[in-house]
Design a protein around this ligand. Sequence first.
Ligand code: PLP
Length: 422
Amino acid sequence: MTSKELSIRANNVIPGGVNSPVRAWNSVGGTPLHIERGSGSKLFTVDGQVLTDFCGSWGPLILGHAYPEVISAVKTAAENGLTFGATTAIEVEMAEFLCDQIPYFEKVRLVNSGTEANMTALRLAKGYTNRSKIVKFDGCYHGHSDSLLVSAGSGLLTGAIHSSAGISDNVIKDTFVAPYNNLDAIESIFKKHATEIAAIIVEPVAGNMGLVKPMKNFLEGLRQITEKHGALLIFDEVITGFRFGPTTYGTLCNITPDITCLGKIIGGGLPIGALAGFADIMDKLSPIGDVYQAGTLSGNPVAVTAGLTTLKILKSGNVYEIIKQKTKTLIAGLMGTDQFKDGLFRISRLNGVFTLFFNENSVHNLDDAKQCDTEKYAKLFHHLLTKGIYIPPSQFEVCFISAAHSNKEINEFIDAIGNFAI
Ligand SMILES: Cc1ncc(COP(=O)(O)O)c(C=O)c1O
């Protein structure tokens, strides 16, 4: 079966032929490739193509595909039973590991996805503060729960949807939206509504409108304003957690949020999410607190094994140093291309994560991101495919470098950009 044939079958039985919208290639055009397997930095399609993967399943695969130690641990865990609906030692170990690694984690609740982590974090913030409203940022994506689907990034942005249908006005009314990197907007929301706001939720480095870094004092300002007004600060670290070091971005930038949400890397490629923070807040969760949250497969032993094995490798090895070096080489190479020098694209990057923005100006928020030339990005996407390179099928996502990428593959990426003509 080819990708084309599978797409026809998929479209008959799966809405849009995909189980998550950005897989549909709507913004770049063409038929989504169907993947047969992955190994290290490579994707193998059902059509027999071999591609160097800079999408990394949207973030979890910091070690690359099918990392032998992770696969072996998963096999052993699976042989011992897939799920019990009762607590296992590995869950305790995972929570202890996270609390040991992150100074401001006292308790951890494991869930099944980043969406679930953020949804629960907001409910917890509302229950803890006894307030009903939240503040999010334009272009930040926190999963697809109702109150977070207003002005969200990622697939909504790719599909030019401001907020999803099927969400009641009441829910939308409870979500304030501010431009990313704009503290004045936050000040003015709090001026009017300070006593109603339960939490600000933010991606400390935004990864769902392309890579957009926090400007100086932005995160510090959010911490000060929330503290002053008795609201909680939630860092959505589903992408950034364990991405830039064996820790959270909050730890690296020395800002302590009240609740942190994790996902992607902490599952090592299997479905997982987590929320964590200080015990007085976390203990509001059921069964000891009155904020309800539950999950048949939460803390699934196979997923936790994949995640914990990955985290231990990240803690003990030199993965971050390897990725840092490769990023340096990549960025220096890209900056040496005529395409960059001629201003065709700008590079936004932070160790191992980068976006090539087809934009004349630098991108600090969603309005800036929207100025990108998405047609040029689509052309780049297809050009890179012809060179055996796979990047996310949307301008508003990030590329990831994993520990599995070789210097040769980094140079191939640079050469492919150097050959790109509009
Ligand atoms: C920052 C961020 N938060 C939350 C999510 C949702 O996570 P999941 O897709 O696991 O539900 C994503 C997904 O891409 C994300 O990038």
